[in-house]
Write a new protein. Sequence first.
Lengths: 664, 346, 215
Amino acid sequence: MKDADLSKKQSSSLTEARINDELRALESTWSDKPGIIGWLSTTDHKRVGFRMVFTAFCFFTFGGILAGLMRLQLSLPGNNFLGPDMYNQIFTTHGSTMMFLFAVPVMEGMGIYFVPLMIGTRTLAFPRLNILGYYTYLFGGLLLFFGLLLNIGPDAGWFAYVPLSGPEYGIGKRVDLWSQMVSLTEISALIASTNIIVTVMKLRAPGMSLNRIPLFVWSEVITAVMVIFAMPAVMIGSSLLSMDRLTNVSTHFFNQAEGGDPIMWQHLFWFFGHPEVYIIFIPATGMVSMIITTFSRRKTFGYTALVLTMVATAFIGFGVWVHHMFVTPLPQLGQSIFTASSMLIVVPNGVQIFCWLATLWLGRWNLKTPLVFILGFFGVFVMGGLTGVMLASLPLDTQLHDTYFVVAHFHYVLIGGAVFPLFGAVYYWFPKFCGRMLNEAAGIAHCILFFVGFELVFFPMHILGLIGMPRRVYTYLPETGWGDLNMLASIGAAVMVIATLIFFINAIYSWFWGRVAAADPWGADTLEWSLPSPIPQYAFQYQPVVQGRHAVWEQTADSPVVTGLHINNREVVATSIHDAVPDHRYGVQGPSIMPFVVSVITGAMFVGFMFTPWSLPLGMIALFFGFLGWFWSNSVEHRPPYAPLEDNPVYDDPADYKPAEAAV
Amino acid sequence: MTRISSNLKAASLLAPASVFFAACGHGNQSAVEPSGLQAEHLSFLWWMFLAITAAVYVAVMVILVAAFFRTRRAVAEDDAELSPDPLREKRASSVVKAAVAVTVLTMFALMLVSFRTGRALDTLSQAQTPLEIKVTGQQWWWQIEYKDPTPSNMVTTANEIHIPVGRPIKLELVSHDVIHSFWAPNFHGKKDLIPNYPTTLFFRADEPGVYWGQCAEFCGFEHAKMRFMVIAEPQEDFDRWYSASQQPAPEPVTDSQKFGRDIFLKSVCTQCHTIQGTPANGRVGPNLTHVAGKPYIASGSLPNDRENLANWIADPQAIKPGIRMPMNTYSPEELNALVDYIQSLK
Amino acid sequence: MTNEDFIGRKTLDVSELPSTMFDDKANLWWGNNWGLAIETTVFGILIALYFSVRMSISQWLPPRTTPGLPVLQNPLPDLTFPTVVLIIFLISLAPAIYLDLSARRKDIFGIKVGLVLTLAFNIVLLVCRYYEFDTLHFKWNDNAYGSVTWTILGMHMIHLFVMAAEDLYVMLWTFIKGVDDKHRLDLTVAAVYWYWIVATWVLLYLLVFWGPRIL
């Protein structure tokens, strides 16, 4: 679809008076209700996305404190700061928090905030579903948090292997708490993913054909597709585990005496678990691409390759899960195939690294904090990826599996591969959130200290694993000689804490008193930077007609904008999937309290399911009424003095139907 | 038998690294100080992978640092380059393609080396007459049973595996409760013990010594203290130990020891523990017939001296909370006698 | 961009475009299909689980040793009643297709009739599903086979409940507020959900009721 075709309907009818009138209507149409109801009922994807990111960072802090406690306990051999029960709860909660409550939600939250903006629209496809996803995540997280505080936290590891987590050995409600937290957060992730995929398919601004979609948006879409196929496995697994554990239900999925199989749990968990880490990593690669492009002041090198490698990684990522099970008694020939696939996945990853290096090599660097974090990403992630190659080898893995070597590996890839780009993205996007800049000097200090602290903590762990220290141990004997390296790691943890504190202080200070930012302080290329900082609720005064892959860089005074949407309703233009040719006007509902109500019911239903299976039918009955309220509320009608949708009349007789009809 | 890894280590630039490894820890629970054939193969694989991946890392970092120094700086207001010089782009494209090709070849090579090592590890399983030992993992200790065609000749012990140097060992690994993992890094990689999934592990000790292993799959409260020793000794020493272990417990000599035995036989101890030659034949806990000869108790987590033994018997929950052995209330004289008796069980 | 940037700019006027489109042009249709992709994955995993249980149990089918009931060697699930239910499922496609087409043709009467019929079939099938559990001859807590088959039937039953709820919502709206374009789209999307429910049941029926006989 050529840009020339899009210009068929162009006219120059934007007068100052018209612009001002439309702006006023736009502001009130897209505004939230006031007060606490307004806060609870918002469907503004920016507010919801920010809430997700903020909540995720709260859980990051919580998980970090737990890690600090673990490091305190392990700094000395034979330490009794934490007993085995508390330590086991803490390491389980640390892992579960970081994976389920921080890493995935923060990437989703950034996507929920920025994907609509980057594709030039004002909303996600399903705004009320979006805030439902946030509340479900919040309640799942709070469940885990309070569980630990009340000393009934899960204690079977974040992976909850049976039979340890089963009804015979997993006493009490601890593992059930974990199961329900998993179910709630997985529902949240599935909701967010469906939303993002449909939004990017149908709501891109005109002219943003598939090959013009920004790399961060690609990363979020590809991740969302992964979520859809990976999350069901762990949801099913945790539900089956819950049913095995409930005394009234007492199924036998993992009970060998009745035909069940504990290895099946591992398959179910890792079929989800491995894609999970790519679900965390791929959006981060989108952030890396984004920051490198902006701060190298040039178009991204190898755009098509970068998109295809993300797709390849997502695809192959579903075919490597057995490498987590290399030391189980599965047939060796089958397992060897997974060595091959686990090494194969390095190749697309390598392509990404090379394309990024090429962009950096050929560009001119604006060496600001976001780019400094990307340099840190390279230093840390590449090492993690290479230790991953070691773990991919089945024989070598038999020595390294379940030791501190693996702990080192996954922290290198997760912190290096996700947290460093995430911090970079926070410094990058901070002016969009609040209109002020984070302090540069503090940012560089944060990065350097975080890097140094990280290396002090995790590099020694490679060695610890090789000299015999297994994972998940609450203490170790002095005779092992592991004390020195553990002490070094604990000191490094203190440095990481200091670095993170610098970041938090910087964030809080700058939010209120930081240097005021222009709309586009970095000279960036994606559409969110064409908006004021902070971004008004309606986002785009007029949706743009995109001219190229780097939308803002390729925009000119001649680039048209979209007019003709019904300003009194929350309307955006919907376009075709391939070439983003406008095909209809898509209206969404405004703020609603129903998602909050439904999420409370859902949360109660899952908490109840820890105790009785009747919670499920009772919950479904309550949800019936909740969703009825949701479906029934049509906030467009309920917000006078806004006109109802003029071209969507209600009719009882086909003859009443007006000419501007829906395209069937 | 060739010491492949030591040749490679010496030849490689990683020799300093291996010295560094040796400086951390004592080398008797270490994958990089192999003392047996299987671990030798794996150690070779480790150093090979380390050498190649380290080279890749250095290469990437060199490029990054070079880019840092040779690129010019820019500011946000500078125009972005949307139409860069096509010749430079093409050159960069060729470099990237070459790098991808190198990556693919490297991965392939590593995969082949890995498979070769896997095959090499299998040869020991063809051994004709391995020494067969059954290892049962349970929360949170290891039961070791030496298989013998004559059942009365079988030796049962706990948390300690004596083996003759140079002979192939076949371990049968089973679990009765949750998933455990047997890992003696000086000899081989680990294997998971999954209930109802018996599995085998073949290895061979090539250097005498005392080595450690521990459970490597999270199995509950005291996973951290589920350790075991592997004592590799010359064949004659092993034979001597084996026949001594086949004997029932020595008769108590002193009055205190006799009194101690009486206390033992009247206490709940007999519900869980076996002492051959006495009526005590509990199978729940470790076999105590020759416990006094062992350097560690409590699954390798407590040195076996008088004071530790007394504390352990009186209140094992204080040392290893969560295990199945209960507290025992004895008067000081009773405890003293009991310890005397236990310490006589050589 | 600020107000000044917009003055006199070329515009792309979309006011003539409709506000509802159907099928692959509609966001709701895509949202529904991605949701169905999730649910299909769920059933895919349950099917794989069924086969895994099959391989774990040496004697297939395991003998029924429920206390209070006679021991039954190789208790195959009944075939008659489940096959009748399958036929009812297939017949139920007709009112759903009728509803779908009426919604597209703006046939108000057809929509209302279609809604009532679809809901009626839905309720009948829910009742049938309740009795279908007994045809398995095992309870969910007898063994892993009982657990997985009850879960498969139960998960599908949950979909029947959700579909009934969706039916009720649209029915209430249609009868009380009338039909408009957005809700015509809802009707076509609900019909897709029903087609999916029937299609998955065909596969699951074959697995659960014919699987033990053929495999």
